[in-house]
Write a protein that binds this ligand. Structure first.
Ligand code: NAD
Length: 488
């Protein structure tokens, strides 16, 4: 049985307690994880705070910080397969996806490595004579980075990369549902040669670890990815330290297909848009909004493809859909489908858990055209469940797309360029993909609006968000400063 440890102040340490981690494909315990309670959290934050103030880190040039990040990126690329296997074992995410995603994670670190010495201040054309005024860009301080279990190496890279490029230090809390990939990542980080305490990796539960971390007086910024309910706790918990927050939350993203679309492309994009990562993806295109004119033909094609998906062991290269990460998600899927059927929705494919060991739930398509208020239309499920709605006019399509409290991603399939532009303007979301879906890049900001949160990850702005400006005023006159209380 594997035994993992925390990484605090450059040391590998046991937690105050331990807990078991199960392989979702077998439901068997495969590793013991350290559990951070208050004393471990405090030690991690103290280490990050000390590192932030240390001459080793604070005095390091931005170029040198960049070089360390490049070294880290190389280590990730060299060890991508090992990380992928561990992530697959702990989360159930299929090996095809973890291998490809982790290899690409290295590119995110490279992007931020290159940016480290391009974060510039500014000189201000001030309206006062004999004054020079400029802005320094300084790191915000100690960052609490909190991630959910899906795609943790990716979701942490878009926090750790820009934060370290900007000169911050970080305490990363890995998800208790599958912390192994992040604890293994800490080993590579250690080899990269950063000063001790610059990154600390812990794991634990929401109330006993996450809440202590986000309330800590030495935390300056909280970068959170997870669900909206947890985000509300975090905002309340940060009422004392008044840390700034960036929140990457859930989604219920519309996938709109017009009658003039390239149907085969749209079907393939929809299949990967909802069933990749077994649907456990914040940007999942979970609401298909389809033109009435092509609905029947499109659904028939989609059903054939969905039912042909290879469901199996996540560590098998032929598997296309693996198990869900936790058992509770399987129960949630059943409840969601049952409640949606009661509301009038009709299951077209899948719909019941598979009768085998492991948390397997098949690709599911559910027609909600007659049940637009069904729970599978209104609530994020975070699994392989696609709800279908239909429209007659473009205005109707847009209204349905925006009929959600979320606003993360969206997809539009049409060959009509003018229509595409109207939808790009009209859709309330942080990302619009036109005739494609799910594309990501280190250069492109990622994030949402409404219940999908605020703040952006990826791109140049994300690195600037880990800085604050300091306005510096320098008087250039040698004349004595006059007595302010003598009237002139
Ligand atoms: P979750 O909100 O339950 O947990 C996320 C993290 O928050 C975990 O590490 C958890 O331990 C921690 N946490 C829980 N309670 C806390 C508290 N009181 N204080 C501080 N931390 C606490 O989310 P989940 O169920 O693990 O993940 C699924 C959710 O994440 C979905 O809503 C999904 O859409 C979202 N997500 C969003 C993005 C994005 O980029 N927008 C990406 C992936 C996942």
């Amino acid at each position: 049985m594997r035994q993992f440890q925390h990484y605090i102040g450059g040391e590998f340490l046991d937690g105050s307690a331990q807990f078991e981690s199960k392989n979702p494909a077998t439901e068997r315990v495969w590793a013991m994880m350290p559990e951070a309670r208050a004393e471990d959290v405090n030690a991690a934050v103290d280490a990050a705070h000390a590192a932030f103030l240390s001459s080793e880190w604070a005095g390091m040039t931005a170029t040198a910080r960049g070089k360390l990040l490049f070294r880290l990126a190389d280590l990730i690329a060299e060890n991508a397969q090992v990380l992928a296997e561990i992530e697959t074992r702990d989360t159930g995410k299929i090996i095809r996806e973890t291998s490809a995603q982790i290899a690409y994670v290295a590119e995110y670190y490279r992007y931020y490595a290159g940016l480290a010495d391009k974060i510039e201040g500014a000189h201000l054309p001030i309206d006062k004579p004999d004054m020079e005024v400029w802005l320094r860009r300084e790191p915000v301080g100690v960052v609490a980075a909190i991630v959910p279990w899906n795609s943790q190496l990716f979701l942490s890279a878009v926090k750790i990369g820009p934060a370290l490029a900007a000169g911050c230090t970080v305490v990363l809390k890995a998800s208790e549902d599958a912390p192994a990939p992040m604890l293994e990542f800490a080993r590579l980080f250690d080899q990269a040669g950063f000063p001790k305490g610059v990154l600390n990796v812990i794991t634990g539960f929401g109330d006993t670890c996450g809440a202590v971390l986000t309330q800590h007086p030495k935390i300056d910024h909280i970068a959170f990815t997870g669900g909206p309910e947890t985000a509300r706790h975090i905002i309340r918990n940060s009422a004392d330290n008044l840390a700034s927050t960036s929140l990457e939350l859930g989604g219920k993203s519309p996938f709109i297909v017009f009658e003039d679309a390239d149907i085969e492309s749209a079907v393939n994009a929809q299949i990967s848009g909802i069933f990749a990562a077994t649907g456990q993806s914040c940007v999942a295109g979970s609401r298909l909004i389809i033109s009435h004119q092509i609905k029947d033909a499109f659904l028939a094609r989609l059903k054939i493809k969905a039912e042909a998906i290879v469901i199996g062991a996540p560590d098998d290269m032929v598997t296309e859909v693996g198990p869900l990460c936790t058992e509770s998600q399987v129960h949630r899927a059943v409840d969601l489908i049952d409640a949606s059927k009661k509301a009038g929705a009709k299951v077209i494919a899948g719909g019941r858990p598979l009768d085998r060991a492991g948390h397997y739930f098949p690709p599911t398509i559910i027609d909600c055209s007659n049940a637009p208020e069904a729970p599978c239309v209104t609530s994020e499920f975070f699994g392989p469940v696609l709800s279908v709605l239909s429209f007659d006019t473009e205005a109707q399509a847009l209204r349905i797309a925006n009929d959600t409290a979320f606003g993360l991603a969206s997809g539009v399939f049409t060959k009509d360029l003018a229509r595409a532009h109207r939808l790009i303007r009209g859709i309330r979301a942080g990302i619009v993909w036109v005739n494609t879906y799910r594309a990501v890049s280190p250069m492109a900001p990622f994030g949402g609006t409404g219940l999908s949160g605020h703040g952006r990850e990826g791109g140049l702005q994300a690195a600037l968000d880990y800085t604050r400006t300091k306005a510096v005023w320098l008087r250039t006159s040698d004349d004595p400063i006059p007595d302010p209380f003598v009237m002139r």
